[in-house]
Design a protein around this ligand. Structure first.
Ligand SMILES: C[S@@+](CC[C@H](N)C(=O)[O-])C[C@H]1O[C@@H](n2cnc3c(N)ncnc32)[C@H](O)[C@@H]1O
Length: 490
């Protein structure tokens, strides 16, 4: 079970949430939407969560962008903000599981329900099944939310459905509704950990021989909120100093990583405001460090980051290049993302270029080091985008793998003989990882290096069934990043 934290003194008292009388508050549908204005429910957390679910459902919005904006606009903070976040992100992540339970409690297809009622039922079911909020508080608060947004008419229906949901806990519903674990272990685990089956199948393939043992842990870790890591800027501050200043812990694998142990907005931390550190998953740090340190004979001055936006790895590469006396060319096709790289790399020896990496006018066979951090399905970073797992479709994978092969081939063509190329994705999908690297190495004659040897401090890093390193949330606490290094024949 995840997202089960109830804010201190929160809603376990059984008395439903109370609004502080002096808190400035704006309620009702998001700005710019018309519709009957009803009195607010006096529950800013659930109102913000409901409006977030609506924006995700109707406008294809991202929950992790919508909710913080709503909370800021409405000046919702503290416990209310924490509860809104738990509910909106939790219900977005668990949508498939919640809908299966609701489907068993409602006598018509869910898509025939009024949208607000469906969103509210999802929020109610999330509270009942995946938080420690007492059932009567969860049902009562959801009914009041519906009354304030849709009037009294649907309240009896919502009350009755949620009472049926509350007849079993999450494990009880999984036992009733999930595929049988003996006949269909992957389907069972996918249901129990609220993942679409196709994603669970991809994880199982990527885990290879360890799939049977580890798939449940992998899906459970993917169903929880990620820890926040900082990357100390090389040459400016050490991880040890950064940990001391921020109160975090030095991260286990990245020489520049710090694991934050306190909540709060990391953007408010002084070293982050001063540009001495950035928020960056430890897995991404390891990829950038591997790209900058893969063994190389001869000149080591010209580096290239072919898919650089928004610039997380380019900052690390730029800072390491500054120490080595090298320079970095950073490319991105999207002008707004190239602009973000420019901003992030200010003061570093990084030149930013906007254009398609496959055709941009940059030298051939000239770079000593190249990073190809390819666009991908993002299946390794699902923890960061609560609704993403239900939005992604397997059909998009082929188009991406074609682009990935072209980009890696181009990266190899731009590398001098004897130079090194690092290929990375934030996806563990074998079609995007080991299969791309194998196919391109075969076609170009590039030599695949032992990438796991570049990260001796990371246990169990070698990818299953192919070259490269595959990191995992359940093993390493990182995103499920993949990377492989190749040497261009001399
Ligand atoms: C996974 S992201 C890179 C993340 C980045 N390296 C970082 O650490 O912040 C992939 C990037 O590739 C860019 N991209 C996609 N197709 C491209 C192409 N044909 N040429 C150059 N950039 C491309 C996308 O705009 C996106 O910014």
């Amino acid at each position: 079970m995840t997202d089960s934290s109830v804010p201190p003194g929160g809603h376990r008292s059984g008395r439903g949430p109370r609004r502080k009388p002096d808190r400035p508050h704006r309620s009702g549908p998001p700005r710019g939407r018309s519709g009957p204005q009803r009195p607010p429910s006096g529950d800013p957390a659930r109102e913000a969560a409901l409006d977030t679910l609506r924006a995700v459902r109707e406008d294809d919005a991202y929950a992790n962008l919508t909710l913080p904006k709503l909370l800021r606009e409405r000046r919702v903070s503290g416990r209310d903000a924490a509860l809104a976040t738990d509910l909106a992100y939790g219900a977005s992540r668990a949508r498939g599981l919640l809908d299966a339970v609701l489907g068993a409690c409602v006598d018509r297809p869910l898509d025939r329900l009024d949208g607000v009622v469906l969103d509210a039922l999802r929020l109610g079911a999330q509270q009942l099944l995946r938080t420690r909020i007492p059932a009567h508080a969860a049902v009562g608060a959801t009914v009041e939310l519906v009354r304030s947004r849709a009037g009294s008419k649907p309240t009896g229906f919502v009350n009755a459905v949620l009472r049926k949901v509350s007849e079993h806990d999450e494990a009880g519903w999984v036992a009733r509704l999930a595929p049988d674990g003996d006949d269909d272990p992957v389907g069972h685990l996918a249901f129990a950990h609220a993942h679409p089956r196709w994603i669970a199948e991809v994880f199982a393939r990527a885990l290879g021989s360890r799939g049977e043992e580890e798939l449940g842990a992998a899906l459970a870790a993917d169903d929880s909120r990620p820890a926040v890591h900082l990357a100390a800027r090389p040459g400016e501050i050490s991880a040890e100093e950064l940990a001391a200043v921020t109160g975090g812990d030095e991260a286990p694998y990245s020489p520049y990583g710090v694991l934050l142990t306190e909540g709060g907005d990391p953007g408010d931390l002084e070293p982050v405001r001063e540009g001495l550190a950035v928020v960056q998953d430890e897995g991404s740090q390891l990829v950038a460090v591997a790209a900058a340190s893969a063994p190389l004979e001869g000149r080591d001055e010209h580096w290239l980051d072919l898919c650089a936006g928004p610039g997380g790895k380019a900052v690390m590469l730029g800072a390491l290049a500054a120490i080595e006396g090298a320079t970095v060319d950073a490319v991105d096709r999207a002008p707004h993302r190239a602009a973000l790289v420019e901003k992030a790399c200010s003061g570093l020896p990084v030149r930013v270029h906007t254009g398609d990496a496959r055709t941009i006018a940059l030298p051939e066979a000239a770079y000593d080091r190249v990073l190809v951090d390819a666009p991908c399905t993002g299946l390794g970073a699902l923890r960061r985008r609560p609704e993403a797992r239900w939005r992604r479709q397997p059909e998009g994978v082929d188009e991406l793998t074609t682009l990935q092969r072209e980009l890696l081939t181009n990266g190899i063509e731009r590398t001098r003989p004897g130079g090194v190329v690092t290929y990375a994705t934030c996806s563990p999908h074998p079609a995007e990882t080991v299969e791309v690297v194998r196919a391109v190495a075969e076609a170009t004659g590039a030599e695949i290096l032992d990438t796991a040897a570049l990260m001796p401090q990371v246990p169990g890093a070698a990818a299953e069934g192919g070259p490269g390193v595959q990191l995992w949330p359940h093993r390493h606490g990182t995103d499920a990043m993949y990377c492989a290094t190749l040497r261009v024949p001399g």
